[in-house]
Design a protein around this ligand. Structure first.
Ligand SMILES: [Zn+2]
Length: 280
């Protein structure tokens, strides 16, 4: 009869030990989590970030990266945290979509894009190249005057940003900000977008240090390849859903097809019930 209480005592001791171990583990886990550095207060990454295809623009003047180049992020390895926002960020009800135009400002095409947007009363985001902003400050002023949002796309459309030092990254971004502000002093530039889709966590952190959030996309029209307007429309049909961000180009080369695509795209999306927004 005396065996049972001894067994109970052993069992209770084991339970107490297990509880102490679990508490210790939980405290350790919580402290490890809170000790993790928080370098950015931006939005949480969406699922689209992981599957986002790289943008590789082959036709921008002065860029020699071949169209087949792959970004470092495409190589296998541990998944790194991302500060990248790829969707509109709108959480209020609505079928939202955002138009974004890269590599401008550009003679001919930027005014045409602005004209179409104005016709429909749509606000978009322009990811401008610093050297282009410096050369065409009047177009930066027009983009701002029409109420569009600006995004920093580096000074020289540097598609190898992840290989640069933090100082070089910062210089590419700061010089672009300076070129924009020479045209329109003090205008907000809330976004950064990596040329060629060459993202890295460090690039995003440097952008964040300059108070810019990183802007990706969910629909890549690949318009810079000039695939034909029908093909570009098919791409949008297959990739766009509510909250989507569409990537197009108003600069970097001949953008006749991009402009023509935009003329068809806007009325079609409006007919489908989409509302246009800038990313928030
Ligand atoms: Zn670009």
């Amino acid at each position: 009869m005396s065996v049972v209480p001894v067994r109970n005592a052993s069992f209770q001791a084991a339970v107490v030990l297990l509880a102490v171990f679990l508490c210790g583990f939980l405290v350790w886990t919580a402290s490890a989590d809170t000790a993790a550095p928080r370098t950015h207060a931006g939005p949480r990454p969406t699922q689209d970030d992981a599957g986002q295809p790289p943008e590789v623009e082959g036709s921008f003047e002065g860029v020699t990266t071949p169209p087949t180049a792959q970004p470092p992020a495409a190589t296998p390895g541990p998944k790194v945290p991302t500060l990248l926002q790829s969707k509109t960020g709108r959480t209020d009800p609505g079928k939202w979509v955002a138009l974004t135009f890269d590599d401008g400002p550009w003679n001919t095409y930027t005014p045409q894009v602005l004209g179409i947007l104005k016709q429909y009363g749509i606000k978009a985001t322009f990811c401008v190249v610093g050297n282009q902003a410096k050369a065409l400050p009047g177009q930066i002023r027009e983009i701002v005057a029409q109420g569009h949002t600006l995004c920093n796309h580096t000074m020289s459309h540097d598609t190898e940003m992840p290989t640069r030092t933090p100082e070089e990254m910062r210089a590419q971004m700061q010089q672009t900000l300076d070129a924009i502000h020479a045209a329109v002093p003090g205008v907000p530039v809330p976004w950064y977008r990596a040329p060629g889709g060459m993202w890295s966590v460090q690039v995003q952190e440097v952008a964040a240090s300059l108070e810019m959030r990183s802007l990706g996309w969910t629909v890549d029209t690949l318009d810079w390849r000039k695939p034909g307007v029908d093909k570009m429309m098919q791409t949008v049909h297959s990739q766009l859903g509510p909250g989507g961000v569409i990537l197009m180009h108003d600069g970097g080369g001949d953008r006749t097809q991009s402009v023509e695509c935009l003329r068809r795209l806007i009325p079609e999306l409006l007919a489908q019930g989409y509302q246009f927004t800038v990313p928030v």
